[in-house]
Design a protein around this ligand. Structure first.
Ligand code: GLC
Length: 455
């Protein structure tokens, strides 16, 4: 049975520290080239955490949260720089020397390309809230140590820098897409996670007089961020028409084309791509720049966290229905559409052979995204899309040995450099399966992941 075998893989991936399970390895494939796939990656642990919480195994998630909390701020600091206590590592592993165990963290200082894991602390906060909701262990969240950790994260992520918008400015490759892919600036996935983090933090900070102002500020910040995303990132026919007729070079306060986006920058593939009932959040927005690519995870999280309006969420699912072959195809779900090709690929990825068109991050299909796709489909009442997704993947993933990703326009080929026995491929399927088959899991999932569907 595929689901049983997915659970087996999850159990096999457990990482222990001082006798306690504290995380799960990214992959259990003996042949993997990059040794860090034995690490517990923070983002990869998220679907593991959801599975554990859905099945009442709260302890593992708590151990993970504690382990990570103790690693916060342990990064190597450049000479003369100040340490940011709120930064969390991309991954960690446990080593044993002379009978002593220690946890070794990677803050990007070992990672390929030395990328900064901006998403880790955002996920930590979101998982912490999910843990509290599922276990009822508010005492843990209220402990001095956890409260201090929350404050450290807020201190780093809310620090004023060179902002001209409420969105978070980050370097390239600072999240799931952790290689150069022209995702620097204000990528959607980071903004969605940032929003989820702000909402979670507001709830998690102890309700007392000292925190009153911070909690009120968090609410204001998250509302402003959500409105900004709805205004500047949301693209539908109406907005596309507006942009198509934009005047540029407008100066002053009362202008329409605030970011000076030239209509000539609208890519050709968008011509005729958006039907009247569809819409989505674009991938990135900055001065003179809209990245029109469709990024799955940011859009799906936007539905789950209530960044999109109720109507917007329906429009997003309409887009999936309308472009099923391109966005789902033979293996749910495509990470980004369309792929960058030719000179665009050459200059934007640095000629990265792993990210050639329709492979890996550059338009590959990632089964892990099924967890957010299926739950977003259910949340929007589009159960038929969730069913179709499960039908496509369930048998195939086991038969293919749980590959990390698939290649090709339709995602019909096992990824050229994909690991096998990739744990989040299995946990993605388990979550999708659980919420479809088990009404209790569905209800608990809804409570654990912030939902705030409003118009
Ligand atoms: C790759 C992925 C990244 C993931 C890691 C471990 O680097 O791009 O998102 O966290 O592998 O699976």
């Amino acid at each position: 049975m595929p689901i049983e075998s997915a659970y087996k893989l999850l159990n096999r991936s457990l990482i222990y520290h001082e006798g306690k399970p504290v995380g799960t390895a990214a992959a259990c494939d003996d042949r993997v080239v990059a040794a860090n796939y034995n690490d517990c990656f923070v983002r990869d642990f998220v679907p593991s955490a959801i599975v554990f919480l859905l099945s009442g195994q709260h302890e593992i998630v708590r151990n993970f949260l504690v382990t990570l909390m103790h690693l916060g701020g342990h990064q190597h600091v450049l000479k003369g720089h100040k340490r940011s206590m709120g930064l969390m590592p991309a991954s960690f592993h446990v080593i044993e020397e002379d009978g002593n165990e220690s946890v070794i963290a990677d803050f990007g200082d070992r990672a390929i390309g030395r990328v900064t894991p901006v998403d880790s602390a955002l996920w930590w906060m979101i998982v912490l809230r999910a843990y509290v909701v599922a276990s009822g262990d508010r005492v843990f969240a209220d402990s001095d140590e956890v409260q201090q950790c929350i404050k450290n994260i807020l201190d780093l992520y809310l620090r004023e820098s060179f902002e001209s918008s409420p969105t978070l400015l980050v370097p390239d490759a600072s999240f799931m897409i952790d290689r150069r892919m022209a995702v620097y600036g204000y990528p959607l996935e980071i903004q969605a996670l940032y929003y989820g983090m702000l909402l979670s933090a507001e709830e998690l900070l102890t309700d007392n007089d000292t925190n009153k102002k911070t909690r009120a500020d968090l609410r204001i910040l998250s509302d402003t961020l959500r409105d900004h995303l709805r205004t500047y990132y949301w693209l539908d026919r109406r907005r596309l028409n507006e942009m198509h007729r934009f005047y540029a070079e407008e100066f002053g306060l009362e202008v329409v084309n605030v970011l000076n986006v030239y209509p000539e920058s609208i890519p050709k593939w968008l011509d005729g791509w958006l039907d009247a009932r569809s819409g989505y959040f674009v991938g990135n927005v900055g001065p003179g720049r809209v990245d029109f690519r469709f990024f799955a995870q940011g859009n799906l999280l936007a539905i789950l966290f209530g960044i999109s309006t109720g109507t917007g969420s329906q429009a997003l699912m309409n887009l999936y229905l309308h472009h099923w072959e391109e966005l789902v195809g033979e293996m749910p779900v495509k990470i980004v559409y369309p792929a960058m090709v030719g000179d665009k690929w050459r200059f934007s990825t640095g000629s990265d052979p792993k990210n050639v068109p329709y492979s890996y991050h550059n338009g590959g299909n990632w089964p892990v995204l099924a967890w957010s796709f299926v739950t977003a489909s259910i949340r929007t009442g589009r159960v038929e899309l969730a069913e179709q997704t499960l039908n496509i993947m369930t048998e195939r993933l086991k038969k293919d040995n749980w590959p990390e990703y698939y290649d090709g326009r339709k995602g019909d080929l096992i990824g050229r450099r994909a690991n096998f026995h990739q744990v989040w491929t299995a946990t993605g399927l388990i979550i999708a399966h659980e919420v479809m088959e088990n009404p209790d899991s569905r209800a608990l999932f809804d409570k654990m992941l912030i939902c705030n569907l409003t118009d």
